[in-house]
Design a binder for this molecule. Structure first.
Ligand code: CP3
Length: 346
């Protein structure tokens, strides 16, 4: 018998479908990570990439984090850069410098030299998803994820994190064929990868388009949106799709037009304003991760403000406005989740 959570019994899925069940559901972006001592201990024994290639460890880390902070949903432990690594751009992490992808992709010839993505290249991830679903209580949901093509492409073209995305913007303007070919490949790969996660038991998927806020709305519409729309359309009516970007207030109308079910809201954007702009859309967000360094009264004050701003608890998922920071006191993360549950329970 499948123990896949349904909208009826899961606060998270009820919210994804525009409803409310028991309490406002909470999960935190990057909820499994370095702020947890158990994670740091494990990382002393295995590298990040070793961790991401072991289904048992993927499941252990995912389930432990969800359980420890009392979250309503687990997010698969993996990384958005596993696809570039799988198709031939070797991924590494340089301490203090973030992710590196070797031989940046800067021309049509570079794009064509990449291997086509095959679903089986990341089969250990789907095995991890199956193990997580088996170990997760019925009322908790499992979120699969991938990077959206733009944000993944940004790392592939720049070779790592970037401030101004100059190589990528040059490619978009001067080598439109290379750009569309790269986006096309990433779109097809992302669809395959997410399909496999859903088949393995993911209840919802989140597309991380973390850095797309560096584009104007005109550029977004011309060079990015059609690809995101295609990905979203594949999952429409099957599992909820959450679309998240940072610094994307100027793009949210376009995000909504991709057909996504849930819109992730970053912490510089006003929840009140977004609720007013999109009264019919499910929203997720948006506590500033820095608030988790404050005292409990301050955390409570900031949480109450978001709950006031959101108005109705229907169709709302509480989250941070970006990933939890590596030095966050874990007790404050637990306090936050319990507090949202307590303040919103029916
Ligand atoms: O949310 C979760 O708990 C699930 C796991 C997850 C990770 N990365 C684990 C991870 C998710 C959803 C991601 C997404 C991701 N990865 C994004 C989009 C989300 C966002 O934050 O905007 C991006 C841009 C990446 C690329 C990436 N991978 C970065 C920037 C880093 C941090 C590098 C650093 O040194 O700070 C990673 C590594 C990474 N991914 C870690 C974790 C827990 C830290 C690895 C470690 O040192 O143990």
């Amino acid at each position: 018998m499948s123990n896949k959570a349904t909208a009826v019994e899961s606060p998270f899925l009820a919210a994804c479908h525009g409803g409310f069940h028991k309490h406002v559901p909470v999960w935190l972006m990057r909820q499994a990570g370095r702020y947890m001592v158990e994670y740091r201990e494990l990382r002393e024994k295995v590298s990040f990439l070793e961790l991401c290639s072991s289904p048992d460890l993927i499941a252990e880390v995912t389930l432990h984090a969800c359980d420890k902070i009392h979250a309503d949903a687990a997010i698969l432990f993996a990384d958005i850069l596993l696809i570039p690594d799988a198709i031939g751009q070797k991924l590494s992490f340089v301490k203090g410098m973030g992710p590196r992808l070797e031989s940046p992709v800067r021309s049509l010839a570079d794009v064509e030299a990449l291997k086509p993505f095959e679903t089986g290249m990341l089969s250990h991830i789907y095995d991890g998803v199956r193990l997580i679903r088996q170990g997760l209580p019925e009322d908790k949901s499992l979120i699969g994820f991938a990077g959206a093509p733009f944000t993944v492409a940004s790392y592939m073209v720049e070779g790592g994190p970037s401030k101004n995305f100059l190589h990528m913007k040059r490619m978009i303007l001067e080598e439109p064929q290379a750009w569309s070919s790269l986006m096309e490949r990433l779109t097809v790969a992302t669809i395959d990868y997410l399909e496999a996660q859903v088949s393995a038991g993911a209840d919802a998927v989140q597309l991380f388009d973390s850095w797309v806020g560096c584009l104007s709305a005109d550029w977004y519409r011309a060079y990015v949106k059609p690809y995101v729309k295609r990905i979203v359309s594949v999952f429409k009516g099957r599992v909820p799709v959450i679309l998240f970007g940072k610094g994307t207030s100027h793009l949210l109308e376009d995000f909504a037009e991709t057909g996504c079910d849930v819109m992730g809201v970053d912490y510089v954007t006003s929840m009140k304003d977004v609720r007013r702009r999109f009264p019919d859309l499910v929203l997720q967000g948006n506590l500033d991760p820095a608030v988790l360094y404050a005292d409990r009264d301050t955390i409570k004050r900031e949480v109450v403000k978001i709950l006031d701003d959101i108005g109705s608890f229907e169709g709302f998922i509480f989250n941070l406005g970006h990933g939890i920071l590596p030095t966050t006191p874990v007790d404050n993360a637990i306090y936050l989740v319990d507090l949202v549950h307590e303040l919103t329970q029916s």
